[in-house]
Design a binder for this molecule. Structure first.
Ligand SMILES: [Zn+2]
Length: 254
């Protein structure tokens, strides 16, 4: 056995028992235990971790813990640029895509509305979600920390908020999504790309009350539904403006 000293920072403390939060504590580690193994054994999903320092040096998840080492574990940083320090993952994901667990259907719809490719199905089990994530390089969204501990998940996000709108705020803030939105480019039901539909074609497929009032239409190749910029659309536009505004707001200088 070896013993190392651990200290977790910021919101990673939420995963720890009270007596271990925001302080150093010693913990016996199995011989040949890695940083990843110990961090998860202590209750923190590795996907929540952005940076691990051992005796002040940035290390990867495969670092073997030696006796007497001091391990400092940090979450995603929102404001501070630490890109040059990052060693835990080989590369960031180039395209932001998601797979949401069965409890996050509302969030999945809102992400699609903002134009983020998000797979969601009530029937996905944990094994399927992990497999999809690995196959497509999708970020797993879940409130189940055990799911995030699966070995083949490299990119995941533990969602803290309970309501879809707040979850959208949270994900936008943590992953800095505001600059990447493409509103109303995906079908909310199918997650498939929407295409503009010529007004004369759309009008033959839309109800009479709609035909007279709207000139811009889009359609989904999979479900064939026709969309127009009605009140539902405007309410969603307002929500997106609010989320993007909050995510990019800078503190007042007074
Ligand atoms: Zn569709």
């Amino acid at each position: 056995m070896v013993t190392a000293t651990f200290r977790f920072y910021e919101e990673l403390n939420d995963f720890l028992p009270r007596e271990r939060r925001r302080r150093e504590f010693d913990c016996p580690c199995a011989r040949a235990a890695t940083t990843k193994h110990m961090i998860e054994a202590l209750g923190v999903p590795h996907t929540e971790v952005e940076l691990v320092l051992v005796d002040g040096e940035s290390v990867g998840f495969d670092h073997l813990i030696a006796n007497g080492e001091r391990v400092a574990v940090y979450p995603k940083f929102e404001a501070l640029d630490i890109t040059s320090l990052l060693r835990v993952r080989e590369h960031p994901l180039r395209h932001v895509r998601f797979v949401a667990d069965a409890h996050l259907g509302g969030l999945a719809h809102l992400l699609r509305m903002a134009g983020f490719d998000t797979l969601y199905d009530n029937n996905f089990d944990d094994r399927e979600i992990a497999a999809i994530s690995a196959r497509d390089e999708r970020i797993v969204l879940t409130r189940d920390r055990d799911l995030l501990k699966r070995r083949n998940i490299t990119h995941g996000c533990y969602v803290r908020a309970l309501k879809p709108r707040q979850q959208l705020h949270e994900i936008f803030g943590r992953l800095d999504l505001a600059g990447s939105i493409r509103p109303f480019s995906l079908c909310l039901d199918c997650n498939a790309p929407l295409h503009a539909l010529a007004a004369d074609v759309a009008r033959s497929r839309a109800p009479p009350s709609v035909r007279a009032r709207f000139t811009r239409y889009a359609t989904c190749d999979i479900c064939q539904r026709v969309f127009w910029e009605g009140s539902h659309w405007r309410r969603m536009r307002d929500l997106l403006d609010e989320v993007v505004g909050t995510a990019t707001a800078t503190p007042a200088s007074e």
